[in-house]
Design a protein around this ligand. Structure first.
Ligand code: GLN
Length: 288
């Protein structure tokens, strides 16, 4: 069997199983298995697959048909043009979250802050903090995650990107490990916390249902983690420092109100994604 026939057969099978992007998934799974770029599959259409390759590919196809995420099968996900290892038990980085990183990079450029002191709450695989560390070569970044699995994976990805001298990650509950200190020296607190409401948790795609609840579920209204995190961030940010959070599509107004009422922030700004949905909220620590 050659690449062309195999891809056609697999696409047809995925279609029958109602897999959302049948052709793309068939290609990504095969390109990763053969360790070639996806575009190269087309150049090598006549390549005859070995028996072992076919067996391994079939195993992957069966897993995908059972709605396991492609990234969990390949063990990789690209984010901000960088490659990250991912594994079951840790949230897969989402393309939408790249907008959060891009907006933060724009902010530091506008403010001419070259060597920021950054804290990320809940890095998961480390995609946000590592891409910030990569694109801001003088930044110092601490990640704090409550999941030991996430801490280990972030550490692995920090090493993979050779950022161990400036990036660290520890286990902890939100910003708790920093609250004992009396110093307010953080330029940025960033987080993509769990924010899905109990009701929306019921209606997740089958792939997303296999991701850790700890990284997704934000309680009844989806805002539980923000309500703890926002006041904590106020105690570690320096005057004028930035709080940058990813948020759910319908949470902007409620969070803006909550942040304003906390009395610790100014310039609260909801930012939308390319679909016009609430995606992030930024706020600056007051100078008082
Ligand atoms: N954007 C993710 C999703 O919709 C949710 C991530 C989160 O809760 N932080 O699957």
């Amino acid at each position: 069997m050659n690449i062309k026939t195999l891809l056609n057969k697999t696409t047809k099978f995925f279609k029958e199983k109602n897999i959302p992007n049948p052709r793309l998934d068939a290609e990504v799974l095969l390109a990763d298995l053969l360790d070639m770029e996806r575009i190269k599959l087309y150049v090598n259409f006549d390549y005859p697959l070995t028996k072992d390759e076919l067996t391994e590919y079939r195993e992957r196809v069966v897993r995908r048909a059972k709605r396991e995420a492609v990234s969990y099968i390949t063990g990789h996900k690209e984010f901000m043009s960088l490659d990250f290892e991912v594994e079951k038990g840790v949230l897969i980085p989402r393309p939408e979250t790249e907008l959060l990183v891009e907006s933060i990079l724009d902010y530091f450029e506008e403010e001419e802050i070259e060597a920021p002191n950054i804290v990320e709450v809940g890095p998961g695989s480390g995609a946000i903090m590592i891409s910030l560390g990569h694109y801001l070569p003088k930044a110092k970044i601490l990640g704090i995650d409550i999941s030991q699995k996430a801490v280990k994976l972030t550490r692995k990805n920090i090493k993979k990107h050779e950022l161990e001298d400036r990036l660290k990650v520890n286990k902890g509950d939100l910003l708790q490990p920093l609250l004992k200190r009396d110093t307010q020296n953080v330029d940025l607190v960033v987080s993509n916390p769990p924010y899905i409401s109990d009701e929306d948790m019921e209606n997740l795609q089958p792939e997303v249902k296999k991701e850790p609840k700890l990284a997704l579920a934000g309680g009844k209204d989806g805002l539980e983690v923000y309500k703890k995190l926002i006041p904590q961030a106020g105690s570690v940010l320096k005057k004028g420092g930035l709080l940058a959070l990813e948020i759910g599509y319908d949470q902007g107004d409620r969070l803006k109100k909550f942040i304003n009422e906390s009395g610790e922030y100014k310039d609260v700004e909801i930012k939308e994604d390319y679909n016009g949905k609430d995606r992030m909220i930024f706020a600056s620590k007051k100078e008082k």
